[in-house]
Design a protein around this ligand. Sequence first.
Ligand code: GRF
Length: 224
Amino acid sequence: MSNDRTQPLRLGVLASGRGSNLQAIIDAIENGTLHARIVVVISNKRDAPALDRARKHGITEVFLDPKPLVGRPDTREAYDRALLDVLQKYEVELVLLAGYMKIVTSVLIQAYPQRIMNIHPALLPAFPGLDVQQKALDHGVKISGCTVHFVTEGVDEGPIIVQAAVPILETDTAEELSARILEQEHRLYPQAVRLYAEGKLHVEGRCVRIQKNESRPIPSTDAV
Ligand code: GRF
């Protein structure tokens, strides 16, 4: 089923750090390859470079301070309720985690079922969690890469949308491998968002089916 969307898809990006994946999405929108609009960038870190990137491109940026909520029994949920208020205020349709260093709770996941994506620098389900480029090297795998997936309550466990493979070289340091994976991340994330914006992603259980472009009928030789 194709998507009849005429208005750009409204994106909300959650980022805690450098924001190079945010930049890749901004670039794809600005160069016309992604029909979307980032309506808000939210960070849990006041000095996240991702917020500067948003500002430079005239995108609304919000720092949402987690500190006032620390010590409550429902700290994480309370934070996500505050986050949800902002996402709903800006009428966000799809949430992108881009180097967002907090665990997302059911508060957000239930409000945005299969409408939250994350990018992870390994080929899931191998190496979930943190420092995964080093873990891939330590494990001696020959191929790693990156994964864009929908976010569910299990960390890095949601349905896989797209992946890119990156060969590991014997001489690789974690930094060198991370840099080559990051190049692929910047290509892959806008591609996944584009598939979503075009209505081409269909979740069946834990699998995501990607609708192929409609093929044009091959003219019959009889008709020539
Ligand atoms: C990326 O490697 C991403 O896969 C991971 O966190 C890193 C964020 O980098 N989730 P950046 O902030 O997008 O530059």
